[in-house]
Design a protein around this ligand. Sequence first.
Ligand code: SF4
Length: 318
Amino acid sequence: MTHFPYSEDGTKRYHSWNYALREEFGGKIFKVPVDGGFDCPNRDGTVAHGGCTFCSVSGSGDMIVAPEEPLPIQFKKEIDEMHKKWPNVEQYIVYFQNFTNTHAPVAVIRERFEQVVNLPGVVGISIGTRPDCLPGDVVDYLAELNQRYYLWVELGLQSTYEETSNLINRAHDYQTYLDGVAKLRKHNIRVCTHLINGLPGETMDMMRENVKRTILDSDIQGIKLHLLHLMTNTRMLRDYQEGRLQLMSRDDYVSVICDQLEMIPKEIIIHRLTGDAPWDSLVGPMWSLKKWEVLNAIDAELIRRDSYQGKFDVRIKE
Ligand code: SF4
């Protein structure tokens, strides 16, 4: 039987985030989501109002335990929860998850980040942001953090198609994303790009093309592939109610994810293959609540195809 390098028993067929962390730190690490209290330029009027049409009022950070608390308390409450399941984990990556975590003057960003990065056990920091929120002084601070910690910057892109971006009110174009990646890579900062499968108007060919373009056009080290979660408190709900949006079936999602994995070079870390949506505000697809069944179905489909990440690596020319 083929032995894949991404797990101890050799059965994992893609370069998972958990595997990457074990390689880097020698054991399990918690990624600890916190709410840094930032806004988003796409909601506060800096570039647009209303936000991306799929974005919930919490800025896609619905799973944070105590978002109103001071940052060190949020961090403690999160790790206390996680320790109930894995009591022996002692190393953490702080994850500034919701809204746009570089959308403030650099002094404010520094003051908030430094409240948590110096806490005991913190070895890394992951920062979710938009590619149009990377001015020079902020990138310089990120470069400093990159020297001190294991740093990832997670850039929201969602789609490479301008027509989709306009439809979902993304309020930045593909070129801005490419420029953002280039600014970060100048300082060797690891970049993880966020794409969504199932956006309105996108076919499975377009979803595959999103991954292909992202890999070919930008020097990224990680990728997050998400299913579109339709939430109650979003503008996208009306698209669905008025028939402009079809939710993906589980079979189509599994199939497109496997196609995408086959195109992604082996060294690129797969941070996610699906998301966690809060069940009480999810409109659909409801099958996504059974996350482990989705992940198991992806594993099973790769086995059925006798396939793996990078089988048809788009960076390798025939
Ligand atoms: S950029 Fe992020 S936080 Fe801002 S509206 Fe879009 S999804 Fe929400």
